[in-house]
Ligand binder design. Structure first.
Ligand code: LMR
Length: 442
């Protein structure tokens, strides 16, 4: 409604009225005509997954959705998750009662500790609140909804995303009517970070803008700022009074180390920023379908901080109650069982190293094969420079469609590949496909 002129609105209302009239006269079975509910396009990522499943070619390869696969291209239930599952199933006190609105306290507390660090000043000063959400997407949504209601800024002022970013960010923020702009992030020429572009756009954004940042393992590019660059980003955000919103879907996946991967967030907190964080446990626990995640809000230090956080917490609870009432229990119970037990926690870290390590091996193998095929040393260096679940290969949309058609290798149109879809059995095949489509379209 916000984008329509008064005349367009009047026409729409008339059309609605005549639809309703037609419906009531019995010559029309719906009031939801195509001009009111147009056919929406299929979600590109889930559409890709469906197309892959339908493909019966034996050597097909799925490099689409960001979900970990083992060396046999199979989903991997983390051994530590199996143990936690067993513990839960044997618990005679387990029931299916509702969780509190804010979720399982043991889970949200452990999730907060994991992201902020046990000795975080925000935890010590009790100026952080954590709410269990429907995984990372739910956390991004809850944050966006909260900001759309309460962030004191002109309604026309946009939220800034990296270009590119995870496609769903656009939908989630648009759904709560927050206007969106982007800051440069990926440089197609270096296939690395466009740091100058990023910094200057954030610097020239209207004062007090919301800046969405990927905490680690940037999706879709696999390109992260260095620590020194993060410090400079923080400096500009501080100077412009912007509000940082961190999305953290890959803690433990970028470096294989949970502390390292939380560094940027912890640095911002140590600098006294008021900020929020969306945290997902889909990837690092392999709990994709269980939708375990958390939203954290950290307010700045000060005598009134605990009151501020209590007010914010009360409003978050109202939003949560009206949308999902209370979050689902199972995934949070699994994660909580692991996060709160030092032995299981150590085993989880080992499982994380297994996943991150296999991905690093695949990066090396893919790069080596590609450079062997084109004879140009260093030409695919970005594959090993990038980190986390994804690599932004630099393949064009045309090349992506060609490799899918000729080799049955599935990746998103922007040339992103999920490294976890590669394994020792298919990496050479994929490299040959990539090499061929690149050479043919050069
Ligand atoms: C991805 O980007 O592949 C994942 O984050 C899955 C999703 O929900 O988009």
């Amino acid at each position: 409604m916000r984008n329509s002129s008064p005349t367009q609105e009047a026409t729409k209302s008339l059309s609605r009225l005549s639809n309703i009239k037609g419906h009531m006269e019995g010559n029309n079975p719906t009031v939801f005509h195509a001009d009111i509910v147009p056919q929406a396009p299929e979600d590109p990522l889930f559409g890709l997954m469906a197309a892959y499943r339908k493909d019966d070619f034996e050597k097909k390869v799925d490099l689409g959705i960001g979900a970990y696969r083992d060396n046999n291209a199979k989903p991997w239930v983390l051994p530590v998750v199996k143990k936690a599952d067993e513990i839960l199933r044997r618990d005679p006190n387990l029931n299916h009662e509702y969780l509190p609105i804010a979720g399982l306290p043991d889970f949200t507390n452990a999730a907060q500790k994991l992201i902020l660090g046990a000795d975080s000043p925000a935890r010590q000063e009790q100026r952080a609140v954590s709410i269990q959400t429907i995984s990372g997407t739910g956390a991004v949504h809850l944050g966006a909804l909260f900001l759309s209601r309460f962030y004191p800024r002109p309604t026309s002022q946009p939220v800034y995303f990296s270009s590119p970013t995870w496609a769903n960010h656009n939908q989630v923020f648009s759904n709560v009517h927050l206007p969106i702009k982007t800051y440069p992030y990926f440089s197609p020429s270096t296939k690395g970070l466009d740091f100058t572009g990023m910094l200057s756009t954030i610097e020239s954004a209207p004062e007090g803008s919301i800046i969405l940042l990927h905490a680690c393992a940037h999706n879709p590019t696999g390109v992260d700022p260095t620590r020194d660059q993060w410090k400079q980003i923080a400096k500009v955000i501080r100077a412009r009074n912007h509000f940082p919103f961190f999305d953290c879907a890959y803690q433990g996946f970028a470096s294989g180390d949970l502390e390292n991967d939380a560094w940027a967030i912890r640095y911002f907190v140590s600098q006294g920023f008021e900020l929020c964080i969306a945290q997902s446990f889909a990837k690092n626990f392999g709990l994709y379908g269980e939708r375990a995640g958390a939203f954290h809000f950290v307010t700045g230090s000060g005598p009134d901080a605990q009151n501020t956080i209590a007010r914010i917490s009360s409003q978050l609870a109202i939003l949560q109650r009206s949308e999902i009432s209370n979050p689902p229990a199972y995934g949070a119970r699994i994660a909580s069982t692991v996060l709160n037990d030092p032995i299981l926690f150590a085993e989880w870290e080992e499982n994380l190293r297994t996943m991150a390590g296999r991905i690093i091996d695949m990066r090396k193998a893919l790069r080596a094969k590609l450079e062997e095929l084109n004879g140009k040393e260093g030409s695919w260096k970005h594959i090993t420079d990038q980190i986390g679940m994804f690599s932004f290969t630099g393949l064009t949309e045309k090349q992506v469609l060609k490799i899918r058609e000729e080799f049955h290798v599935y990746m998103t149109k922007n040339g992103r590949i999920s490294m976890a879809g590669l394994n020792t059995g298919n990496v050479e095949y994929v490299a040959k496909g990539m090499d061929k489509v690149v050479k043919e379209t050069e």
